[in-house]
Every structure is written in C-alpha cells, then in structure tokens.
Design a protein around this ligand. Structure first.
Ligand code: DX5
Ligand code: ZN
Length: 221
C-alpha cells in the first residue's frame, strides 16, 4: 500500500527552513505539512499564508495545509492563491462543511477533513463524495511532540473500512505522535499518509529520519 511522508514545518528550525525542507525531500518526503493554528480552536498560534508562499518558493512539491482555526472557510481563496495543494479543516470548527469542501475543489485544491480524537466518523459520512483526504488526529490538536493516542489505530481501521465501502479514493492521513514505533500499526490499520514533525525535524539527520519512517512501514507490511 502507498506510503506518503509529510513532515510538519511546525517542528522545523524556521531560521534554516530551506536547508531543512530540502533535506526532508532528499530523504524521500512526499508533501510538506503546514499546521495553521489561531489561538482559538486550539491554544497555540502559528503561521498562515506567508508560510505557504515561502514553501512555494522552496519547492514544487505539494503543500499540505492543516487548518486548526475557527471558521476556516475565510482562508480558502487566500491559501489557494498562496499555492496550497491540500486544504484540510476541522468540521468541528464550522457549519456548512459541504459548501466549503466544494469551494476548495473549485479553487483547484484537494479537499480534506480532520477529525479530533473524540470526533466520530459521522462527521464525514454524508460528504464522502466531496473528500480527497481524511485526516485522523492521533493527538489532540495544538502542539507537536505529543504521544500517539493508541485508540487512533482502531479509528484508522474504521475510516479505511468506510473509504472502501464507499469506493472512495481519498487519502487517509494520520497526524500526531508518528514515530518509527507508531507508524507501522497506523499503516497496517489502513493509513497511507503520515504527518511527522518531531520525528523528522527533531532528528540530527533529517533525510535518514524520513527513510527510517518509511522503512518502519515496510517492516510491518
Ligand atoms: C498537531 C499538528 C501536528 C503536529 C505533529 O496539532 O496538527 O501536525 O505538528 O507533530 P508531531 O509529529 O511532533 O506529533
Ligand atoms: Zn497537522
């Protein structure tokens, strides 16, 4: 099964962003994950369109944007113009989910929904046709460096079953606490895309860290 690695720049040394991003892609990363936090939906405050534009200048690979903000629909047009390839938001943070998914696709981006650990699959069941990506949070959103919540593995398997049952080709991404010790179980449960912040940008050798995550999937496959 597919294995995509998406390092999260939240854990990168922003003073050496170019070198760190290049090292991650040299190690085999597929996407670059951008965590947008507003200090309301989650306690932390990070970055927005300027980070997307900066990455756009550094790479032509997919910029995978994860919005942990209230009313994410306000940023669809701006992030599309900034060069986001994937726009993933939380259904817990807005009302008209289907309208926003359709708008994201109209703007040429892939549309994703992220589910907090306590959020049931019912939040995605009615919009499967509008989804290009489902993100299962394996930590409560807001910070890097947290531990993987073990219950996430069974939730990944349920999402995989839902995608297969509805013949959806959407990517199944998992986010939070992904390391060489946790990625194997998430992959075996059906995830195909893996966000990793600390495990990649916290490593002494970024390129090798990406390779080690991929190898840990193959070992369990
Ligand atoms: C958390 C973010 C994650 C985080 C991952 O709210 O959505 O993307 O940066 O970092 P690690 O891999 O360190 O848990
Ligand atoms: Zn994220």
């Amino acid at each position: 099964m597919t294995v995509r690695i998406a390092p999260s720049v939240l854990s990168a040394d922003l003073g050496r962003l170019e070198a760190q991003v290049n090292a991650a892609f040299a190690g085999g990363a597929d996407w670059m994950h951008v965590d947008v936090m507003d200090g309301h939906f989650v306690p932390n405050l990070t970055f927005g369109a300027p980070m997307i534009r900066a990455l756009r200048k550094l790479t032509d690979r997919t910029v995978d944007v994860h919005l942990m903000v209230e009313r994410p629909e306000r940023y669809i047009d701006e992030y599309a113009d900034a060069g986001a390839g994937i726009f993933t938001f939380h259904p817990e943070a807005t009302v008209h989910v289907q309208r926003h998914l359709a708008r994201i696709r109209e703007k040429g981006m892939l549309a994703g929904l992220a589910l907090n650990p306590s959020t049931p699959l019912a939040h995605i069941e009615e919009v499967m046709d509008d989804l290009d990506l489902v993100l299962v949070m394996s930590v409560n959103p807001g910070y890097g460096g947290q531990s993987y919540i073990p219950q996430a593995t069974a939730k990944i398997a349920r999402v995989r079953a839902l995608l297969d049952r509805t013949a959806s080709r959407a990517a199944l991404e998992v986010d939070g606490g992904i390391t060489t010790s946790t990625i194997g179980a998430a992959h075996a449960a059906g995830a195909d895309s893996f966000v990793a912040g600390t495990a990649v940008f916290g490593a002494a050798d970024i390129a090798s860290a990406v390779g080690a995550l991929r190898a840990a999937c193959d070992e369990r496959a």
